[in-house]
Every structure is written in C-alpha cells, then in structure tokens.
Design a protein around this ligand. Structure first.
Ligand code: NAP
Length: 470
C-alpha cells in the first residue's frame, strides 16, 4: 500500500515489508517515509486543520458516522488484515473491528456535544457585572502515534476524537502493523474527511518520530506505546499538549472467598488474549495462600487447553507474538525466573514467534517476569497472606494502568478501589477490561491523560475564557 500525505497516496523507492508473524510471509509493503515527508505532511495538515475546523459539528458527525458504517460493512476484510499483520486470532480480529466501529460511532456523537460553559464571575466579591464563558476550540494539528497490538481500534481512539473535535491528524502507525491504519484512512476519505485533515505516514518511529513531535506547528501529540518511547516523546515534544497511554504489569488479586472457576476464566481471558500483548493483560496474579494450590491446579487445566497455531484457523485459540524476538525475550524472562526459584506449571516453550501459554508459580515480586512489563503469554503467580499484603504487592510497581480483585467481601473490594494506585480498577473481573466509552488511562508511569471519545475530545481541544465587560 502507499501512504497518504499532502492530499495524495504517495509511494517511495525505499520500502518496508509488513510480515505475517506466523509464517514470515510478506503481507504487503509500505513506503519508508523520510523527514521531507514529515514536512510535507505537516504543511498539508496545517491547511487541513482550517478546512475541518470550518465544518459544523453536525457535518463532522455525518462524516464519522459514515466512516463507522463503512468500517462495519468491511468487518471481514479488516479482521483478516489485522490478523495477517499482527497475529491475533481471527475471532479477536473481528472483535477489534466491532470495537473500532463503536469507537468511531462514539466519536461521531461527541462531534455534536463540544461546548464551553458559563462562568459565574459574580461568585467572587467585587466581580459582578461582567459576563464570563468558555469556548472549546480545536488544538489544530494532532500527531497520533499508535502501537502494534490493536492496529485498528487504538488508531480509531485517536483519529475519531481528533476529527470530532475539528483537528487535522497526522497518523503514524506502528511499523509492524500499518495496513489497518492505511485502510482506515481510505474509509475516512471516502466518508468525506477533507483531504488535508488526515495524513497517514509510514516509516520508522526512530527516524521520523522526532521531527514530527518536535515541530511547533503540531499542537497536540497523542501517543500509545511503551513507557520509554513515551518519555522520549514528552522530552522532544516541548511545549505542547500530550496524552500518554503507556504500559503496565497489571495485578490480579485473588482473595480466599473468590469463586475459583470465575477467577480461572478471568485469568485465561485477561492473561492470554492476543498472546498476552495487551497493555492491561493480567500479569501478576497475587493469590491468597489459602487458595493458592486450588487456583494453580484449576488454572493449569484450563491453560493447557489453549492451543497455538495459524491465527486464521478458527480452531486456534492463540496466535504468534508480533515478532520472534519477542517470543525469545518472554522465554528468557521465564527461564530467568525458574533459575531463581520459580517453577513453570504449564507451557514454557516457544518456536519462532509462537510462545506457549505459560503459568509460572512461586514467583518472587522482584523477578523480572513480575516487576517489568512482560507483554507476552505468561502469568506470574505469587502467594499473599492477606488484603494488606496483596495491595502492597499490587502497588509495588512503577506502573498503574489496570488492576483486578476477586472477592465477595465489600470491605476488601472498597479498600482495593481506594488504595490500589491504578487508573482502572476491576472488582470481580480480570484487569483486561475496557469498554470503549469509558475514561481510560494510567497513573504513575502508565501515562497521563484519558482516552475514550468523550474524554479524548477534552484532551484534543483548548479552552478559551471570554469575559464581556458591559
Ligand atoms: P513502541 O515500541 O513504544 O511503539 C509505539 C509507536 O511509537 C510506534 O508507532 C513506533 O514506531 C513509535 N515510535 C518509536 N520511536 C519513536 C520516536 N522516537 N518518536 C515517536 N514515535 C516513535 O510500542 P509497541 O511495541 O508498538 O506497543 C507496545 C507497548 O504499547 C506496550 O508497552 C504496551 O503496554 C503499550 N500499550 C499501551 C496501551 C494503553 O492504552 N495504555 C495500549 C496498547 C499498548 P515504530 O513502530 O516505527 O517503531
């Protein structure tokens, strides 16, 4: 495919191959953009910002509504592309498309609801007589940088609200998975987005990232990806708005009164979907000592059933990781934990990019498989003595994106909600839960700012204060 910059589908001699991680075949190629292409995209986005800001909220609603409909019509095509470029099983590809349709629909709705408010200036002594109100206006040009693991829905979470708010967008998808983003760009243009208001530039973040985020004409950077790249972008971006959706090593606390069958189901769906490559994957399972053995036995029986293979095969439950180096890394961390005294209860092997679903027990919290973001198909099970110790362990992390607890005790549940340092808190669910309309974002080094169309629109607009002095 070609990239879309400066109002044209553009090719370059230098190409990047998009690889199917299951069998290493080339799915397609995309151009490798240069810094000149970044300049072209920014110039075009500056004029596109004027064009889209001139549209009414209702016109932006109509465009995004149509884009959602077109996406829904092409569900099967998009699901296949997602699976081919990213490796998630096809049922998860379809689920991602249906969520992306929701995200675009919610964004369309938000186009109609952007407003300021009256400010009661006379509430302060001596300030009566003036009339104060706010205006919410677009930021202008938004740079949207997305990760590989949800190549469609996480792009929609940026592009949808940015366009709803009347901004132009320069989208830089992950180099491993640019095809879903390019196909979405086709849909947006077909739905009527003004040509300069969307740019989709393909190329390595390490070469085109800095000039894109540093440019002062870009007024907002919305980034989803790893902690280290996020930190680099914050430093490079300088004085502009940023939203950072970063990683985590999400904890799941299992209390002794939990329904173990429900916990096992939640661990499997929260820990192993998309081969564990989800920012809110259950990674650290902090299990009360009274149910530790029962939980491990029940979990092992279920995890053994997770078969791996070609993600296009409907009978396969888990596909490859995005790259073979990632499977190798995950395996290295598991072996390191085992050498330090943990034990592999299920799985533990890999071939190419396919890593078996793995349960590692007797994990010490300072082992890398627990204290860093694993981002792979393994869970690390650790024993705890009670709610206080479990919460302390959950908080013993630089991250704080999502956390879960299973308990029937309302006091424990509320203590968890109040004391665990996390942007999302799930009671009687695994941490991997996200409804696309909810405010979503992390605490600590998991990021800053919120997504979810209503909240993202706030992040992608500026507030002006107007005072009328009669
Ligand atoms: P990544 O390596 O940080 O890459 C994310 C994006 O940043 C890619 O488009 C990448 O481009 C680009 N990039 C790389 N260097 C850059 C630079 N110097 N300037 C600007 N952009 C640059 O992350 P990933 O491996 O794709 O995704 C996995 C990570 O994302 C995990 O840590 C995961 O937890 C996190 N994540 C967080 C959320 C959330 O909502 N909080 C959701 C999903 C994923 P290239 O691909 O060209 O390198």
């Amino acid at each position: 495919m070609h990239m879309y910059i400066g109002g044209e589908w553009t090719d370059r001699e230098d190409k990047i191959s998009v690889i199917n991680p299951f069998n290493n075949s080339i799915v397609d190629t995309v151009p490798s953009a240069t810094t000149d292409d970044v300049e072209l995209a920014i110039n075009s986005a500056v004029s596109g910002a004027k064009d889209i800001a001139a549209l009414s909220g209702y016109e932006r609603y109509q465009i995004l509504r149509k884009a959602a409909d077109l996406l829904e019509e092409r569900t099967e095509d998009f699901a296949r592309i997602i699976t081919l470029e990213e490796g998630k099983v096809i049922s998860e590809g379809r689920l991602e498309v249906s969520r992306a349709v929701q995200t675009m629909t919610l964004s369309a709705e938000e186009s109609k609801r952007i407003h300021g408010e009256m400010v009661p200036l006379d509430g302060a002594p001596g300030w009566s007589g003036q009339l104060g109100f706010t205006l919410r206006v677009p930021c202008g040009v938004v740079a949207a940088i997305s990760p590989f693991n949800f190549p469609l829905n996480l792009v929609c979470h940026k592009v949808g609200p940015a366009l709803a708010a009347g901004n132009s967008v320069i989208l830089k998808p992950a180099t491993d998975t640019p095809l879903s983003a390019l196909k979405l760009t086709e849909i947006l243009l077909e739905a009527g987005v003004p040509t300069g208001a969307i740019q989709c530039i393909t190329g390595s973040g390490s070469s085109i990232g800095d000039p894109l985020v540093a440019d002062s004409r870009v007024r907002k950077v919305t980034f989803t990806g790893s902690r280290d790249i996020g930190e680099r972008i914050c430093k490079t971006a300088g004085l502009k708005k940023v939203t950072m959706e970063l990683g985590s090593n999400a904890p799941l606390i299992v209390m002794p009164d939990a329904d173990i069958d429900k916990v096992v189901k939640a661990t499997v769906s929260s820990g192993f979907s998309n081969a564990g490559q989800v920012c809110i994957s259950a990674q650290r399972i902090i299990t009360h000592e009274k149910v530790y053995g029962d939980y491990l036995d029940a979990l092992s029986s279920e995890v053994e059933l997770i078969n791996t293979g070609d993600p296009l095969d409907e009978s396969v439950k888990m596909g490859p990781m995005v790259r073979s180096q990632d499977a190798e890394r995950v395996n290295g961390w598991i072996k390191e934990a085992v050498n330090a005294g943990a034990r592999t209860v299920v799985g533990g092997e890999y071939s190419g990019a396919v890593h078996q679903a793995t349960v590692v027990a007797d994990v010490n919290p300072d082992m890398r498989i627990s204290c860093e973001e694993l981002f792979g198909p393994a869970v690390a099970v650790t024993r705890s003595a009670g709610i206080d110790e479990a919460i302390k362990m959950a908080n013993d992390s630089n991250y704080g994106l999502s956390a879960g607890i299973f308990t029937q005790d309302i006091d424990w549940a509320m203590k968890f909600a109040r004391e665990v340092e996390s942007g999302n808190l799930m009671i009687n669910s695994g941490p991997q839960y996200r409804a696309d309309l909810m405010p979503y974002g992390g605490l600590k080094e998991s990021g800053m700012g919120k997504e979810g169309p209503r909240y993202a629109v706030e992040e992608m607009t500026e507030l002006k204060m107007v005072v009328y002095h009669p």
